[in-house]
Design a protein around this ligand. Sequence first.
Ligand SMILES: Cc1cc2nc3c(=O)[nH]c(=O)nc-3n(C[C@H](O)[C@H](O)[C@H](O)COP(=O)(O)O)c2cc1C
Length: 187
Amino acid sequence: MKIIGINTSPRENSNSKIALEKALDTAESKGADVKIFDLNNMNIKTCQACDYCVEHKGECSLDDDMQEIYNEIKDAYGIIIATPIYMGNVSSLAKIFIDRFYAVMNSLDTYNVHGKKFSVIASQAAVDPPMYEYIKHNLETTVDIFRGIGFDVEDVELLIGNAKEAIINTKEDQINKAIMIGNKIVR
Ligand SMILES: Cc1cc2nc3c(=O)[nH]c(=O)nc-3n(C[C@H](O)[C@H](O)[C@H](O)COP(=O)(O)O)c2cc1C
């Protein structure tokens, strides 16, 4: 059982990445093979809207590092995306990654999408409800596309109050949420 983690924070000591690693460590302790991709260190272009994937069973025409991830997706049991909240939504790296799922969407069988587990871990600075309720809504709307194409969405977790790098390490409740996500994705 393979679980892949996608880190879309550029920060060295990213809170969402720390949570992602905790979730992956938990999945590994349950017997999963885990792999993490740091998108900030990879060459992944935005979708060119060429529609090559529409005509070629989901194969993407772009020769970049996303090809490795496309291959991993095919036999992955689950995917966990970690993202900081930037200007009220997922990071631009996360959005580029999500747009590249156009190829996946155009050949669900090639990528064995049906029933594949999917979770999101997001981290933001704000703690006031008006500053996170609408962001939860934005995250759910973003994840709806994955539900719509057949992924089994487990968790969409928004961690709050994390302005400082690695502050999550002082928050037992948030670390426990990450552990729970790791436990659930291998069920
Ligand atoms: C460009 C930018 C935009 C941000 N926008 C928001 C925001 O809209 N709401 C918020 O609560 N925090 C915002 N933040 C703070 C980050 O979401 C917060 O520090 C988060 O925990 C970063 O996650 P990371 O540690 O995993 O990188 C922003 C930070 C940056 C750099």
